[in-house]
Ligand binder design. Sequence first.
Ligand SMILES: Cc1cc2nc3c(=O)[nH]c(=O)nc-3n(C[C@H](O)[C@H](O)[C@H](O)COP(=O)(O)OP(=O)(O)OC[C@H]3O[C@@H](n4cnc5c(N)ncnc54)[C@H](O)[C@@H]3O)c2cc1C
Length: 443
Amino acid sequence: MTGADVVIVGGGLAGLEVARHLTGRRVRVVEAGPDAGPVHVNAAGGPVSPLQTWLEPGLDPYFWRPWQTARPPHYAGVAGLRRRLGGRSLYWQGVTLPIESWALGDWPQEIVRDLTGSFRGGPSLYDRVLADLDSWRGGYTPAGPKKITIGGYEFCRTPRAIRPAGVGWEAYSALNAGFRPDASLGSAVEQVLTSGGRAVGVRLAGGDRISCDTVVLAAGTVENARLAAGLSVPASPYPIVDKITQGFTVAVPPSAPLPPGGAYVWRGNASLRTNVLLNVDAGPAAVVINVGAMGEQLVDPAGVVRPPVVHPALGPDDVSLVAQQRSLLREIWCDLAGLLALEPVDLTFPDFATAERTLEMVLPDMHGPVPPRTPVTWSRAIGTEYHEAGTLAFGHLLGNGHDLQGVRGVHVAGPAAFPRSGAANPSLTTLALARRLAAVLTD
Ligand SMILES: Cc1cc2nc3c(=O)[nH]c(=O)nc-3n(C[C@H](O)[C@H](O)[C@H](O)COP(=O)(O)OP(=O)(O)OC[C@H]3O[C@@H](n4cnc5c(N)ncnc54)[C@H](O)[C@@H]3O)c2cc1C
């Protein structure tokens, strides 16, 4: 049995960030996948395009779907982990929005203060991460104006941790920032080992063991729940949420009176727990405008993980959010159609519960040689937004030291720790909390 002080289970976005900021202790990252280099999929050239890597995961050698779902198409299809050092930090789009104050209201106040007010007498964790991402970007700013207005809606440029790289661009990863962890690769952690109510190590698939006094679960929201269930404390099931996402896409000729190319966001509020992301991209035959409403899924007693099976559920709050989002999207479409001088045809949405027509089905046609000339609506199955969160949350199963209740020496990193997700994408908060956990463990 080899040893370390701290074993981090999972070398993805969260795990690497904890390792990068943890000082003064012997840290070992245990990653189920191989080290396939630090190149982000949007920077890599090659026969498989980034869109295919995302939409046809069978073409991605690192796609590994651990999720067994009780209700496909939710948590099925494109949903799943990418097993390689770096995890999904080498796939994400770099959108860095903070969780909204209306959602943070349900988080422990001490953690909200550290995220948004001041951390240990200095700048807040959000400000520290954003400053470091700015310096990682090296002055790069995406093209396009800071704001655009469509009818009654003012969209701001979407904040993104991206910079030009390779054949395209890359989003931030600890790997492309130059960090190299001490790592055991290619073997999944099967079990956290305990003795006398505290962590003493981990057992890998194949039987090897690594001894340690601290284990950080950073294996993704679903897998973290499976590892916690192996400890029997706290007991399963674990709540799980993703996002409520739907929208419409329209392809228009480049000669149309277009909004400027780029990525923009309109931010909702406590009663309409939704952000609207608007992307204007040049395709081979047309300019593709994609408008997606991305909203907060609320915890519902029926939406749980009973490891290893995910039981997704649309609660009553989710159903009413689906309807609210549709009204909002119709209004935005009317304004956009006016701007583009298009017929404001009525938008008819697919059945959300069965994910009848998903973005994955719609996008390839839009980027194909003969895109449709009318708007096409879509929704996303729950779990396919990759924002799965909440299984081992602060205030429920996790103490303010990121410590799993009922067993000493086990901590949690990543969106699994979120009590509420808000409408924002999770990764800015994941990076901020990873620093907080690193500081707790350094102490
Ligand atoms: C295409 C795409 C676009 C996205 N865009 C955005 C965005 O713009 N903004 C945003 O905020 N978020 C975005 N996300 C979501 C974001 O990437 C995830 O929320 C984030 O990566 C989660 O971090 P994590 O560390 O929990 O999981 P991961 O990054 O998936 O890392 C988990 C790691 O654990 C490893 N692992 C799993 N089980 C074990 C085990 N038993 N033993 C050892 N290792 C294990 C996995 O192999 C993996 O490397 C996007 C995701 C995708 C796929």
